[in-house]
Ligand binder design. Structure first.
Ligand code: ATP
Ligand code: MG
Length: 498
């Protein structure tokens, strides 16, 4: 009884024809020649036809685009014949009004007793939405790809080492500068690669900070020496910032390595300079104190005069030192000025030689110019003397084994310039350090003997600025253990012309 009620109820519930007509997909049956013999309401609705307009009146190919017809005739029908069914074929289905929609078509052949094709049943799914999402997805993928390319293009332009890494710390992108600096390719770079390039003495500090930052999920920043392609180590600031998702979980690291070598070296040089300057200032002050004490106790006039001479020389050294420091301060603030006028170069040279001879008696100064002929140049008398004293004292200080230095003048008539050269036969300067000798606080430290020579590394820096204010430029030629020539030119003027 119970089973009978259920069967009856079920039969009344399931009306197969209704299900066929109103299914969420289109159903169509057609003969092997394409003539439509049955079609459901859903598909008719999509197409905009009535049943009478379609059944026995239309062919399946009437509903597909021209391109679709070629495919239908060449492949679809052959596949159906061979396999008895064809799944998930894309057709553009044409509506009555000429518009179309993309559809996915599944077809199955209905065979007769002797295996002949009787009809074809096709299920049609409207995939307009799916196509739309596919297009949007494609667009988003292309956009993301373009954004990635833009980021990489920018990152390659930056003269800084840039990288990104996974949450685990493995590189997934490194820029061109990274590859150039380490001679690495941007594939297969593991996290340990960068650590292997960190100077041994900085490695523990670097790793410790990195582990701590991963643990805490905070920014990473450490100053280390990195080994470049050439094998040299250069100071870099290593930075990495974690990128977190909405739950605060690290998904990526963005990192950079900034070359701070010059900055660190400048700081080191400054520290070194402060040490030397304090020492250089303290020494004459101590001597002056001692002369003072002795003078108080000495009755012998000759001895007293000797101490007075010595303390005067010490005072002038001290004066020179303090003046150099003041000059540097003026250069730094852009306040160093020159008072240009027509002055006698010959007089400046003779005066400078006299002053140098007071302090240095070890070398003879060969004058390769006619000291009788007065040459006038446009310059600042005092500042030019300062330039000459610096060049001459350097030539003597850095040629301890030599006996002479040369001071040469060459007139260049057509351009009305005079070239002033100071030549020595001393230690010389290695090629790669030639430019650096004009930098503030710079001293060539690996030249033998140089460390024993007193100096602050300021002389050339100051005189370079002075010569520049004269509209000229100081140059140097040098060969290690052979000697150096420092030279510059000045414009010749008529006597007394301003
Ligand atoms: P100071 O400030 O007292 O002049 P300094 O002589 O060391 O000190 P600079 O005159 O600026 O400083 O010279 C910088 C460095 O260049 C020197 O320390 C030296 O190493 C190198 N140098 C300069 N002149 C010569 C030279 N004629 N021959 C070889 N090295 C030189
Ligand atoms: Mg000097």
């Amino acid at each position: 009884m119970k089973g009978q009620v259920n069967k009856e109820l079920l039969e009344s519930l399931i009306d197969v024809e209704e299900l066929y007509q109103d299914a969420p997909c289109g159903y169509v049956s057609f003969l092997p020649d394409g003539t439509i013999i049955k079609i459901n309401r859903t598909l008719l609705h999509w197409l905009g036809y009535s049943e009478e307009e379609v059944v026995h009146e239309k062919n399946f190919i009437d509903f597909i685009t021209k391109g679709g017809v070629i495919y239908y005739e060449m492949f679809y029908l052959s596949l159906l014949k061979m396999q008895g069914q064809v799944s998930e074929i894309n057709f553009e289905i044409v509506r009555k009004d000429g518009s179309s929609f993309p559809a996915l078509v599944n077809s199955r052949v209905l065979k007769g007793r002797s295996g002949e094709q009787k009809a074809i049943n096709a299920t049609i799914f409207d995939i307009t939405d799916r196509k739309k999402y596919e297009r949007e997805l494609l667009l988003a993928t292309r956009l993301a790809e373009a954004e990635k390319k833009r980021f990489e293009f920018l990152a390659d332009l930056i003269p800084e080492i840039i990288w990104t890494a996974t949450a685990e710390g493995d590189f997934d992108y490194v820029n061109q500068r990274f590859c150039d600096y380490f001679n690495a390719s941007n594939t297969d770079l593991e996290g340990e690669f960068l650590i292997s390039k960190v100077h041994q003495d900085d490695r523990v500090k670097c790793l410790r900070t990195w582990v701590l930052c991963i643990k805490r999920g905070c920014d990473f920043q450490v100053q280390v020496r990195l080994q470049s392609l050439s094998g040299d180590f250069q100071w870099h600031m290593l930075r990495a910032v974690p990128y977190k998702d909405s739950e605060g979980v690290i998904t990526k690291w963005f990192g950079s390595c900034t070359d701070i070598d010059e900055h660190v070296i400048a700081l080191q040089r400054k520290d070194e300079f402060i040490n030397i300057a304090s020492h250089e200032l303290k020494t004459p002050i101590t001597s002056l104190k001692a002369y003072n004490q002795l003078l108080k106790r000495i009755d012998d006039k000759d001895k007293a005069r000797d101490f007075l001479d010595r303390s005067a020389a010490t005072l002038s050294n001290l004066h020179f030192l303090v003046s150099s420091l003041l000059d540097v301060a003026q250069i730094n603030s852009g306040q160093l000025t020159v008072n240009l006028g027509s002055i006698s170069l010959t007089k400046v040279l003779r005066h400078s030689i006299d002053l140098i001879k007071l302090n240095y008696s070890s070398h003879s100064i060969v004058e390769e110019f006619d000291s009788e002929e007065e040459i006038f140049v446009r310059a600042d008398n005092q500042r030019l003397t300062q330039v000459m004293i610096n060049l001459l004292s350097n030539a003597i200080k850095y040629s301890p084994q030599a006996e002479k230095i040369i001071l040469r003048l060459t007139r260049n008539e057509p351009s009305a310039l005079v070239k002033i050269e100071v030549v020595d036969f001393g230690l010389g300067i290695p090629d790669e350090k030639l430019d650096s000798v004009f930098e503030k606080y710079y001293r060539v430290s690996d030249t033998k003997n140089n460390n024993r020579v007193a100096g602050l590394g300021l002389g050339l820096y100051i005189i370079q600025s002075i010569v520049k204010l004269h509209g000229s430029r100081i140059n140097v030629k040098s060969e290690v253990n052979k000697g150096s020539t420092f030279y510059f030119t000045l414009p010749v003027t008529e006597r007394g012309l301003n």
